[in-house]
Design a protein around this ligand. Structure first.
Ligand code: ATP
Length: 448
């Protein structure tokens, strides 16, 4: 099935409690969204799946949670104060503002040019102002006096927390190269161009890992992490592999610190777009922090008896962007049991916000006590919903539309045979199981 258009997903996300435009009663706020009851579960599940694959299931990666607001020298050393800028242009006719690099990449459709070959406004062909460089970090102030010494920044990425804590982790955790430090948390960027839903927002969550290795082994680890991260999207998150591709940056496109970068891209409704970047960052960051802080960061290699500065490979993923991809990817329209059309979100069970719905066949005093007992059996183990309003068919549709893998129906026979029906979301097959064996039967099928 072709990918749905963005409007379909935005509308379902709002209707079913995944993602709401932020502060909607005030007319919203550009490029900001709130996560609703199902969105927050979905986001947690994706973050958990990442943490499990990157930290819990491995012996060579540990996690941290660094402060958001920290010493501003961190952002001087990282290059963000000087270089984290975008070229902004305004249309002299319609006053719309664009990022020149986005216009040149064709992000607004075919690139329009004037007779002199200069890029012009994609809306009305108006002439554009000279580009002005604009720093994308949000500034804030620490303490009561608003002078330059009080300036601090909201973090535009999570990576620097891992670099400045490199030595703390080596000594406290007795780590030897190669090893990684991972972190999943919020980042902020003053994005001035209109985002596409949660693809590009002011505030977003990232999942990043810095993998420290010996110089000379970095390219090997870079290849390893590109493959491993692609595998994670297909095998763990369940994204359709035909909508994913790897795009290696050409030499002239590489960041100043990078010896190699590969983007993992997804086929969005508007074309291919970055989902994650895997970069060989060399020893750039640790050396930059050594120079800025005056505190030389190095690692004592017991094998060679020498101090060295590790190289770093970084898989940097966007959690909010992955959530958008998951919604687009699992959306399906197909016939239901009766041949009517149904919308199904085919989440892998580990990602699904609600794993099980317990549904008495009808809203009936006789069924309710048993149905509540079944609910109490299931809910300690999985995120479960209890729903007794409207017809059973409608409730199945509702659960399909939020991607619940299993519905458990309690009917009048259940009062006699102490058994319930499990309905599977994708096949719509139904299976009768004794209540005593329900948790085991679900466990076998959910595997999470
Ligand atoms: P883009 O080119 O799309 O702006 P980037 O190359 O600047 O992304 P990185 O700095 O490599 O992005 O950040 C790693 C990941 O963080 C991206 O692949 C993306 O998934 C996510 N990300 C970056 N900026 C945003 C944003 N404004 N909103 C949501 N996610 C973002």
């Amino acid at each position: 099935m072709p990918a749905p258009d963005l409007e379909t997903i935005v509308s379902l996300a709002k209707r079913r409690g995944f993602v709401f435009p932020s502060a909607e009663i005030y007319g919203g706020f550009a490029n900001t969204y709130d996560y609703g009851p199902l969105g927050v579960e979905l986001k947690r599940n994706i973050r958990e799946a990442w943490w499990k694959s990157m930290v819990r299931d491995r012996d060579d990666v540990v996690g941290i949670d660094a402060a958001l607001i920290t010493n501003p020298n961190v952002w001087v050393a990282s290059g963000h104060v000087a270089n984290f800028t975008d070229p902004l242009v305004d249309c002299r006719k319609c006053q719309m503002r664009f990022r020149l690099d986005h216009l040149e990449e064709g992000a607004y459709g075919e690139v329009r040019r004037n007779a002199a070959g200069q890029v012009v406004c994609p809306n009305d062909g108006g002439e554009l102002t000279e580009p002005r460089m604009f720093n994308m970090m949000f500034k804030t102030q620490v303490g009561p006096v608003a002078d330059e010494t009080a300036v601090a920044y909201l973090p535009p990425e999570t990576a620097q927390g891992m670099f400045v804590n490199f030595e703390n982790v080596v000594t406290s955790m007795r780590r030897k190269l190669p090893f990684g430090i991972a972190q999943a948390r919020t980042s902020f960027r003053n994005e001035i161009t209109p985002g596409k839903f949660i693809f590009r927002t002011l505030e977003f969550e990232q999942m990043e890992m810095e993998f420290f290795c010996k110089p000379g082994t970095d390219l090997e680890w870079y290849r390893y992490w590109v493959d491993e991260r692609l595998r994670w999207y297909t095998e763990v998150v369940g994204i359709d592999p035909s909508r994913l591709r790897l795009r290696e940056h050409a030499k002239e496109e590489l960041s100043h610190y990078s010896a190699g970068t590969t983007d993992i891209e997804y086929l969005f409704p508007w074309g291919w777009g970055e989902l994650e970047g895997v970069a060989d960052r060399t020893d750039y960051d640790l050396k930059a922090h050594s120079a800025q802080s005056g505190h030389p960061i190095s690692y004592f290699d017991e094998e060679s008896g020498e101090h060295l500065v590790p190289y770093v490979v970084e898989p940097a993923a966007g959690l909010s962007r992955t959530l958008a991809v998951v919604l687009l990817d699992v959306y399906t329209e197909e016939p239901d049991e009766k041949g009517d059309s149904r919308v199904v979100l085919k989440f892998r069970p580990n990602i699904a916000p609600i794993k099980v719905a317990v549904l008495p066949l009808s809203k009936n005093e006789k069924l309710r006590p048993l149905a509540r007992r079944v609910y109490d059996l299931v809910r300690p183990k999985w995120m479960t919903q209890y729903d007794e309003t409207q017809s059973i068919g409608r409730r199945y549709r509702r659960q399909d539309e939020i991607g619940t893998p299993f519905c458990v129906t309690v009917d009048f026979d259940s009062l006699e045979d102490d058994a319930v029906t499990i309905r599977e979301r994708d096949s719509q097959e139904q299976l009768r199981v004794p209540i005593g064996g329900l948790v085991a039967a679900l466990n076998e099928r959910l595997d999470c």
